[in-house]
Ligand binder design. Structure first.
Ligand code: PGA
Length: 250
């Protein structure tokens, strides 16, 4: 049964690819991804490759998201980038609260402020959440993810639903090759959707799974009723493997 939600497949490049490398990747990807496919596709290059990626993808249906955004419009924030700067570079969206950012110090309050700032500026915001292996083993995964979603959406209103996506990415599955089973992904994404229902219409909210998604496991993960797409890291660095994940969503 169709959910009516358009799938989204996003590739998080992390700290990979120069501007020159991103051009070649984007040109190759645009040839592999069919513009008519019923799926939204985005790449998330490092800040320095945003503009080159956006230019290489101009005229295609493939979007460009940043990997983070600061909550302030400007100011004394050395090393940070504002939503307006990202938009000027050609970004259509931004990840917020990726576990690697949270490990570097981003707090729930900052995530909430960045979600708000990104949406206000006109970006599509993909807010990431997910528990560690220790938290899962201790039986605390649901409570952990519930807190992250509740706090992260504390400044979101119902009108924001089309500018918001949540990615559930268990930390134990990120970059480890150990993917959540479809049952685990479904269970967690259903919890995310239920918690988010306090802020937005859950039937319209897109919830992604991330964590060692690859062309071999993408279809069964995205077939879960509460999984509306994927946030891929390692497997998004090669145009063919990323395009295969897109094809699995379509
Ligand atoms: P991975 O990364 O696909 O390499 O596990 C996913 C992510 O961190 O977004």
């Amino acid at each position: 049964m169709s959910t009516g939600r358009r799938p989204l497949v996003a590739g998080n490049w992390k700290m990979h690819k120069t501007a020159a490398e991103s051009r070649g990747f984007c040109t190759a990807l645009a040839e592999l991804v069919h513009a008519t496919a019923p799926v939204d596709v985005a790449v998330c290059p490092p800040f320095t490759a945003l503009q080159a990626s956006a230019r290489a993808l101009a005229g295609t249906s493939i979007a460009v998201y940043a990997q983070n955004v600061h909550e302030a419009a400007s100011g004394a924030h050395t090393g940070e980038i504002s939503a307006g700067m990202l938009i000027e570079a050609g970004a259509d969206g931004a990840l917020v609260g990726h576990s690697e950012r949270r490990a570097a110090g981003d707090t729930d309050a900052q995530v909430a402020a960045r979600v708000r700032a990104g949406i206000d500026a006109g970006l599509l915001v993909v807010m990431c959440c997910g528990e560690s292996l220790d938290t899962r083993r201790a039986g605390g995964a649901e409570e952990w993810v519930t807190r992250q979603v509740r706090e992260g959406l504390s400044r979101v209103t119902a009108a924001d639903v089309d500018r918001l996506v949540i990615a559930y990415e268990p930390i134990w599955a990120i970059g480890t090759g150990e993917t959540a089973t479809p049952d685990q992904a479904q269970e967690a994404c259903a919890i995310v959707r239920a918690v988010a229902a306090d802020a937005v219409d859950p039937a319209r909210l897109r919830v992604l799974y991330g964590g060692s998604v690859n062309p071999g496991n993408a279809a069964e993960l995205m077939a879960c009723p509460d999984v509306d797409g994927a946030l891929a890291g390692g497997a998004s660095l090669d145009p063919e493997s990323f395009a295969a994940i897109v094809a699995a969503a379509a």
